[in-house]
Design a binder for this molecule. Sequence first.
Ligand SMILES: [Zn+2]
Length: 115
Amino acid sequence: MNKGTLDALNASIAHYERLLTGEDTSIYDASCALCIRFGCGYCELTETGEKCPVGSCTAEDARWIELNRHIRLRHRETGRPNVANCKTCVDLLTKELEFLKSLRPPPDLSQGDTK
Ligand SMILES: [Zn+2]
């Protein structure tokens, strides 16, 4: 994973952490560093062909789609997750956050700090 993609992934992880604390409430592509880098629904860099590590964010089985659908259905009035009062929002955001963290490459053991 190159640095630009890793930075975007870490920014996306930070975004989901803010969503879970209620600090941020927008789940949409303009708030996702990976969507900004790769293009939401396109999910690939034109110049290099590098693909978004999440895969296709519009695939039917994407967790994000499930979250988006839930919010449209249950939180139509705000269009935003309700982490204070909705267990489904918390569960879906937590699952996405865990998935994003699992995409991070393992720490490079050759660069010191090994015990
Ligand atoms: Zn909800």
